[in-house]
Design a protein around this ligand. Structure first.
Ligand code: HEC
Ligand code: HEC
Length: 259
């Protein structure tokens, strides 16, 4: 994972920059377009992700969660300066990046943090809704809940509130092929629908939405089809705008937790 060479390179950068004064900079970040954020991501991955994690989530006891509330810095300019000076006396090195590159990394780091900061709902109310409305049945939190849907912590760490809102109210908009399901009708007319687990020419195993494992003899089915709709029900009209905000605030809180 982590090559020794990398560490030496980083240590070299830290020493080289540690003695330089803070760079001249403008007050505002004017490199915030999606292309700048993407360029910042290309710098972030080799320079920062080993210590801070691919999604800025950090490692408890070593690095802070960059997707949560930041403690050393508040403005974009503060992050800019910190990237040049590092944090003396800690493992956070300074970096010798151009002005443009530095702002692009700032924009990328803000894409973790801002997204969560924008969540305006009530996270405690959201936590209750998450259980009452069945999200937990498919999206586990810690050791609790079902496994049909993905763990939403990582999703929330890199998604904006709008993207989360869309995923919840319009799940069919973009369905990952790993979520495609099988729908079979048996000779007796029973409909079995779920995730395909094992399949060969003669048999098929399906994990149904309510968690049952069903084995089917393919030679005896009345019909068989692959369904590409999302297994997730749409919550359009089933959660009010306020309730959606609350659930999103709860997901943001999950993502910001250091554990
Ligand atoms: C060698 C490990 C290491 C690398 C590489 C590294 N960091 Fe850090 N970073 C740290 C540590 C450790 C801290 C926390 C220092 C402390 O407060 O004790 C930190 C703190 C920070 C903070 C302040 C967080 C806060 O809560 O205020 C920011 C922002 C940050 N790093 C961004 C970056 C970015 C962006 C990069 C890549 C350009 C990067 N770091 C590379 C280890 C690292
Ligand atoms: C019947 C199971 C089920 C229920 C109930 C359910 N989901 Fe999902 N959800 C899924 C599955 C499966 C996916 C992945 C679909 C895909 O790959 O396109 C998903 C995807 C998502 C995503 C996008 C994840 C990503 O990484 O792209 C979000 C956000 C989400 N669900 C939130 C919720 C919330 C909030 C609730 C409750 C209000 C909820 N879900 C209820 C099964 C469910």
């Amino acid at each position: 994972m982590y090559s020794g060479k990398h560490w030496i390179l980083l240590a070299g950068l830290a020493i080289a920059v540690g003695v330089l004064p803070a760079q001249e900079r403008s007050e505002m970040n004017s490199f915030t377009s999606p292309a700048d954020v993407a360029a910042g991501g290309r710098l972030y991955r080799p320079l920062c992700s080993n210590c801070h994690g691919q999604q800025g989530q950090g490692w408890p006891g070593f690095t802070p969660n960059l997707a949560g509330k930041l403690h050393h810095v508040s403005t974009d300019g503060d992050i800019y300066d910190l990237l040049h000076t590092g944090i003396p006396g800690t493992d956070m090195p300074g970096f010798n990046l151009s002005e443009r590159e530095t702002w692009q990394v700032v924009a990328f780091v803000r894409a973790f943090a801002n997204d969560l900061g924008q969540a305006t709902g009530d996270a405690d109310a959201g936590a209750e809704l998450y259980r009452d409305r069945g999200c937990i049945n498919c999206h586990r939190v810690g050791d609790e809940g079902g496994r049909l849907g993905p763990d939403l912590r990582a999703t929330a760490a890199v998604s904006s509130p709008d993207a989360l809102r869309q995923a919840i109210t319009d799940p069919n908009r973009s369905v990952h092929p790993r979520s495609f399901r099988a729908r079979a009708v048996t000779e007796q007319g029973q409909v079995v629908e779920g995730v395909r687990l094992n399949e060969d020419s003669f048999s098929l195993q399906v994990l149904t939405t309510d968690g049952q494992l069903v084995s089917l003899d393919k030679t005896k089915l009345r019909s068989f089809a692959v369904v590409s709709d999302s297994p997730m029900p749409s919550y359009q009209g089933r959660l009010s705008d306020k309730e959606l905000d609350d659930v999103i605030a709860y997901l943001a809180r999950l993502a910001a937790r250091e554990q």
